[in-house]
Design a binder for this molecule. Structure first.
Ligand code: SAH
Length: 241
């Protein structure tokens, strides 16, 4: 059975969107994954088909109704993780992406307006995930980000399988910089080591570059990387009898 995504949204036409192109698009055509959309509006029960209402406690904007969202979620069968895209969620990281892509698929709930009534989030035990510390106008683009990240890891989707192991975040580091021909571009030369043909030296240089970029650009990742390294070297010794 192929990897399956069900997306609950007020804008079903947004899918597969950009994921209908390139690697993900070809994988979709091959049937390596599939995406089905469910129009949240079709689960509205009143004659105006309303999906939202004003917030209790006052304030700007509208809130998506718990009863409508609950009915939409109930219509999607299966035992896959159910994720609500929200800036209040845990930041999306490669570790979660790897975990999700190794499973049977996902159910994604896309919010609009101010968000979703908290009661249905809790009652259904939704996994709340954010794609970054900024606010989007809706969960659809966040869902596309999550799907893109998962789909490219599915077996056979990416050209060279090994490229997933080396890239940014896989080892807890940002990736090293890339260069291609021409070796001299407007007087700017490619680092000599990359032209040396010496695989060991190239690997060492890339490792140093990856560590340096992570240290300089992402102190948060660097700190996590250092403590993971420490655990890796300390844990086996501590566990020994
Ligand atoms: N009032 C909310 C933002 C609502 S934005 C707040 O301040 O937290 C409307 C919808 O867009 C959200 O319900 C969510 O589904 C989606 N969204 C916005 N930013 C997002 C982000 N960074 N990650 C994931 N989903 C996001």
């Amino acid at each position: 059975m192929s990897w399956r995504a069900d997306v609950l949204t007020l804008f079903p036409e947004m899918f597969p969107g950009p994921l209908g192109q390139s690697l993900a698009g070809r994988a979709l055509e091959r049937g390596d994954w599939s995406v089905s959309t469910h129009d949240i509006r079709s689960f509205a029960t009143d004659k105006h088909r309303s999906v939202d209402d004003t917030p209790f406690g006052g304030g700007a904007g509208m809130v998506m109704r718990a009863d409508v969202i609950d009915a939409a979620l109930a219509s999607v069968a299966g035992t896959r993780p159910v994720i609500f895209l929200t800036p209040r969620g845990a930041p999306l990281r490669q570790a979660l992406v790897q975990e999700l892509s190794a499973g049977p698929g996902v159910v994604l709930l896309c919010g609009r307006y101010e968000g979703v009534d908290q009661r249905v989030i809790e009652a259904r035990g939704l996994i709340e995930v954010s794609v970054g510390d900024y606010v989007l106008s809706g969960g659809e683009t966040a869902a596309l980000v999550l799907l893109d990240a998962c789909v490219r890891l599915l077996p056979g989707v990416m050209g060279a399988a090994e490229s997933a192991d080396e890239e940014s975040f896989a080892a807890g580091l940002l990736e090293y910089p890339h260069y291609t021909r021409p070796a001299d571009w407007n007087g700017l030369r490619v680092p000599d080591v990359l032209l040396s043909g010496h695989h060991g030296a190239v690997a060492t240089w890339r490792r140093e570059q990856a560590e340096r970029a992570t240290r300089e650009r992402r102190p948060d990742l660097w700190a996590r990387y250092l403590s993971a390294m420490q655990r890796a070297t300390v844990a086996p010794a501590a566990a020994a009898p």
